[in-house]
Design a protein around this ligand. Structure first.
Ligand code: TRP
Ligand code: ZN
Length: 846
């Protein structure tokens, strides 16, 4: 068996597989270094296919035997798998292979984590378990039998005996899962809308069973929500979740047996922050929702990844908004979108929501596919309205249940159910890049005219862009703060379009793109006074937040490019906002946060200014100190007034209060040198407050004693120690960030083979923008050293983290040269994985 040579896979090359599968029966004889897997697969010719080549994927497998209809055969080894001559009629393929889970460090396929057997098959890991047509359009029902000396042996579907499972729903191979080990379960039950009882089990390592209650509660709320909002009922007798410590991503939606990174399952007030709780809720929901959007209806090929991911992200965002606050959820989602997806869209890794080619599909589980994919669905919903949206979704489930579908199928459902053409709308799926939407205002004789122009800059391989369909949610405010035009959706689909309102007494203040109605960059010259006015009066919470954010950015840009002092108008406007007790504390906490250094660098770059990360850091610190100085006593008042009394609860109300007091604490540290943070640290009875206090101290360049105390307190809790590493690498002031990171890579607990730990240390440094971009290039070299080392063991995680360098073209020539040197060093590494090779090649560009 040979490795497949790196080659480009194209959407336009799709052809169906030559055979259909009626059923798959698997049996596993588990052994850490020599697991035997027997497969019996009932194939029959696919009447819709013309190519009858019988090719099965397989990687790192030792073939023991193979037969067709009971007669031994010797398959031909070809790149990436095997081929065999087969009858032109239904036949049964049987094979036995041996695999070595213990030696599998990629965490893809069958591997071991803390003595437990575990699988990850998305996207193409099943081919490391058996020979199989490992492509999502090949779907089949599975049975599984597991032999081995572990007390717990799990797979997909319903249990039929000890270590025996039957999954009646046909599924693609990427949804296969097997887990075996010494696990304990936290159990509950859910009664579905039609009255069926479903057993719910969360499996964890012994000792962690006390940290499952929140995840279980989130699961039950997700099941209920999907019934109420989308009419989707669960379809097996049991739903199980397993928490594992070694995992490349957040979680995986395997049919009936979700596997989670343990950080997104385990929580207790002492060890998890409010943010952790929110992530657990969102990710539990996400994976559960995949049961319909991903599993029952899957993707025809991996180009269609956004079909399941964009939709499922959209659904989990809706859910989290319903559980918490829609305003806060939307602001957080947009912040993430801009920080990750706009950044991606503006650089060498830009690609369409539905890419048209790839070398390694694992490199396309991106912010664009996930987050922009969700935005595209949000726009569709805005354009057609709530009722039409749910009607279309019902048709989608009805028409495509059991299918491996495409974006064309998805759009057709909307066209058929609404009667409108989505031909132009489809450009959102096909074209990369973030559109710029510019606005011009004109007021004359009571006539107010807005002229919008759109333009999308070129992206790799796509020099020319078409006009997009952009829903622009617009409101107009009068000078008294009253709304003269309530939210109205303008549908823009041309390069230039105008909108007019007659008979106005005075020029209104526009509130454009309410709720961030489209993922575009708004270019609108607005006076600081009007921004402050919107911050005070806009009825749309997103745009209210946005006004403060835009004001902060303009102040920072003026400080950086003109040497201006922190603008007192901004300081006053923020002061008024934060004291407004009619506003949700969670909203105020978000609005009080300054834009990140990376975000400011991006804004400067968009304005054709070359950012100096160190100068940006200094300006941001100066503005933070000025804010603190201007608010002084108010911050102390807020800090005292919003302390949450009584036992910790992760609910949105309490979490919002903590977010506000901790935002105040961060600013106050500029004034008191960390006295209050030290006090909070010593008294904290929950991880949210403990981490916030330690973070403020570290950011302030102090907190050595607390850093040591935190380690002593938590050294036996791996998830908390991940936080300990990440706080130091991400928050240490830039002058010391690299030394601190380098020292932590020598720490006895730096288990770099564990992706969570690796990300805490090196990913933490990558988030420390000014530290990472230190002018001498030491950050670039340190990260490259570790990526090269990790790539040999775990290509997926190494490749993913090369994205840290994607912004390199923003910076000065010296930094570009230093980064290029490191990228070329990575690229030149012998035996570099296909994953990392593709990423580095794309980042370097043509
Ligand atoms: N489908 C998973 C999700 O979005 C993502 C995922 C989990 C994944 N593990 C992976 C993707 C490994 C690629 C490789 O929920
Ligand atoms: Zn997903």
């Amino acid at each position: 068996m040979k490795d497949a040579a790196p080659k480009t896979i194209r959407l336009s090359d799709y052809t169906p597989f030559g055979y259909l599968i009626d059923r798959v029966d698997l049996s596993f004889a588990l052994h850490p270094s020599a697991t035997r897997v027997r497969s019996r697969i009932a194939f029959r010719p696919n009447p819709e296919a013309t190519d009858r080549r019988f090719f099965l994927h397989g990687e790192e497998l030792s073939l023991i035997s193979a037969s067709i209809d009971g007669v031994a055969v010797t398959p031909r080894e070809v790149p990436g798998g095997i081929e065999c001559d087969v009858p032109d009629a239904p036949f049964t393929w049987e094979a036995e292979v041996e695999v070595n889970p213990e030696a599998n460090t990629s965490l893809n396929g069958l591997y071991m984590s803390n003595g437990m057997y575990c699988t990850q098959c998305e996207a193409e890991g099943f081919r490391k378990i058996i020979y199989y047509p490992d492509r999502p359009d090949v779907m089949a029902p599975f049975t599984v039998e597991i032999e081995g000396d572990t007390p717990v042996k799990l797979s997909n579907g319903n249990p039929t005996g000890p270590g025996a499972w039957d999954d009646p729903w046909k599924k693609p191979a990427y949804l296969f899962a097997l887990v075996a080990g010494d696990l304990v379960s936290f159990d509950d039950q859910f009664t579905t809308m039609s009255g069926r009882k479903v057993d719910l089990r969360i499996w964890v390592r012994s000792g962690d069973e006390g940290k499952c209650a929140y995840a279980m509660d989130a699961l039950k709320r997700s099941m209920k929500w999907d019934e109420e909002m989308y009419g989707r009922e669960y379809d097996l007798d049991i739903f199980q979740i397993v928490a594992v410590d070694d995992f490349n991503m957040g979680a995986m939606e395997n049919k009936g047996l979700n596997i989670f990174n343990s950080k997104y399952v385990l929580a207790s007030p002492e060890t998890a922050t409010d943010r952790d709780y929110a992530f657990i809720e969102g990710i539990i929901a996400h994976e559960y929702f995949h049961n319909w959007t991903g599993n029952r209806i899957t993707c025809r090929d991996w180009f269609q990844l956004c079909l399941k991911e964009g939709l499922t992200v959209f659904r989990d965002q809706q859910f989290s908004g319903d559980m918490r606050s829609h305003a806060v959820q939307r602001i957080e989602d947009v912040q993430q979108l801009r920080a990750r997806q706009f950044r991606e869209d503006a650089g060498p890794l830009a690609h369409p929501v539905r890419p048209e080619e790839y070398i390694e599909i694992n490199n396309f589980y991106t912010a664009t596919v996930y987050e922009k994919g969700a935005e595209v669905i949000g726009m569709l919903k805005t354009l057609i309205g709530e009722e039409a949206y749910y009607k279309a979704l019902n048709l989608y489930f009805e028409r495509h249940d059991g299918d491996a579908a495409t974006i064309e199928d998805w759009l057709k459902v909307f066209e058929d159910s609404t009667g409108r053409s989505l031909k132009k709308f489809k450009h959102w799926y096909q074209e990369a890049g973030t559109p710029r939407l510019s606005v011009e205002e004109n007021f004359h004789d009571g006539r107010y005219k807005l002229t919008f122009r759109q333009q999308t800059p070129p992206t790799p391989g796509q020099p020319q862009k078409k006009a997009r369909v952009i829903p622009i949610a617009l409101g107009l405010l009068g000078t008294d703060g009253q709304e003269v035009l309530p939210t109205t959706v303008i549908e823009m689909d041309k390069p230039q379009q105008s909108f007019t309102v007659e008979d106005l007494a005075a020029k209104p203040v526009p509130s454009i793109l309410r709720g961030f109605s489209a993922p575009v960059i708004l270019e609108h010259e607005v006076s600081s006074a009007d921004r402050a006015f919107l911050l005070a009066h806009d009825t749309d919470p997103f745009n209210k937040f946005e006004a403060g954010r835009a004001l902060a950015k303009s102040v920072l840009v003026a400080m950086l490019t003109e040497g201006a002092a922190p603008d007192s108008l901004f300081l006053g406007a923020m002061h008024d906002m934060v004291r407004d007790e009619t506003l949700d504390p969670a909203f105020r906490a978000l609005a009080l946060g300054l834009p990140s250094i990376d975000d400011i660098c991006q804004t400067l770059h968009e304005g054709s200014v070359v950012p100096d990360p160190q100068a940006v850091y200094t300006a941001r610190e100066t503005l933070g100190a000025a804010l603190a100085g201007a608010m002084g006593e108010s911050l102390r008042g807020l800090y005292a007034q919003h302390q949450v009394a009584g036992a910790y609860s992760p609910d949105a109300g309490a979490a919002g209060q903590r977010a506000l007091t901790n935002a105040a604490l961060g600013l106050l540290t500029h004034l008191d040198g960390g006295a209050l943070a030290a006090e909070q640290f010593s008294q904290a009875d929950n991880m949210t407050n403990q981490v916030a206090a330690l973070g403020s101290l570290i950011q302030n360049g102090s907190g050595n004693d607390q850093t040591a105390a935190f380690y002593d307190q938590w050294k036996s809790d791996r998830l908390v120690i991940d936080k300990w590493f990440a706080l130091q690498t991400s928050m240490t002031p830039p002058s010391r960030a690299i030394e601190v990171t380098a020292a932590l890579t020598e720490h006895a607990d730096f288990d770099w083979k564990n992706p969570n730990r690796f990300r805490s240390v090196l990913g933490g440094l990558a988030m420390n923008t000014a530290g990472f971009h230190r002018a001498d290039g030491a950050g670039y070299a340190l990260l490259a050293d570790w990526l090269i080392r990790l790539d040999a063991l775990n290509p997926q995680t190494a490749a993913r983290m090369t994205g840290t360098y994607e912004t390199w073209r923003r910076f000065d020539a010296d930094r570009q040269g230093l980064i290029k040197t490191q990228l070329e060093r990575i690229a030149g590494t012998e035996g570099l994985s296909r994953d990392t090779t593709e990423m580095v090649t794309r980042i370097l560009g043509a």
